[in-house]
Ligand binder design. Sequence first.
Ligand code: GLC
Length: 310
Amino acid sequence: MRRSGVSAPLGRGVNFGNALDALPDGGRRLVLRDEYFDEVKAAGFDTVRLPVRWSEHARQEPPFSIVPEFFARVGRAVDQGVRRGLNVVVNVHHYHEINRAPDDHAERFVALWRQIAAHFAGRGDRLYFELLNEPRDALDAGRWNVLASRALAAIRESDPRRVVLVGSVAMNDVGALPELDLPADEHLMATAHYYAPFEFTHQGAPWVEGSARWRGAEWGGDSEREAVRRDLTRAASWARRKGVPLFIGEFGTYKEADPAPRVEWTAFVRRECERLGIGWAYWDFATDFGVYDCDSRAWRQDLLNALLSR
Ligand code: GLC
């Protein structure tokens, strides 16, 4: 995989957010149904990113065993995707404790990956692993680079060739990609998220303090388009220099943004990714940023077009 010129291996994707990663504190949840995989496939997506909150379903003490029933739940979702010819990216999502106290959780994190890799070894190459969603806070570049390489080594004990995605620090900021030391491995991809300008994409998002003040933020001037182009071009150049494909594993807008700039931003970011050979996954399928409405069982056609039109 570590060859220059490989473009967008994961193609076009969508996140099944707030399903297997759901937080206990309310918020909208997605109950994963088989038909959603059909919808995603039929619409023309190549990939689903499956955020998984493993840390809530594993023992706190060594050997940090993952609960078998949870493994089975994740396995069913993986199978639903792979069976339809979709790529499935499984990550470790919402392991908040590791951002606060990385040294205390390093051994457990590595043990989670050792188990996940062994469990899914032999599952075929449509399954991808992504080490950790949005490392941040105390999990800075120095610590993350060491931890990522330890987790990769644990995966490689049972699965020498599966493609593993490694993300940048500072919440997978594209601007932090240069701080990422990629381990020496032939089967890596880099990943980052794109939510800029944050005041536009997260206006009114209840989990972001102060975001009520951003309501009504618009997007679309030349300088704003130029900023997106510059950020993504820099990220793509970095990936090219490193010889790894790049995946924008999350981008999207909270549902409160005005529909017209929302659609425009989505289409612009998506087209720039594709122009630069970057694979992408929209955040998310059907909750806070949703491109699909579970109640009416229908796509939000304007957003879907922004993602999938030629
Ligand atoms: C990150 C968070 C997720 C949030 C999304 C958009 O993936 O983990 O909970 O909904 O970003 O802010």
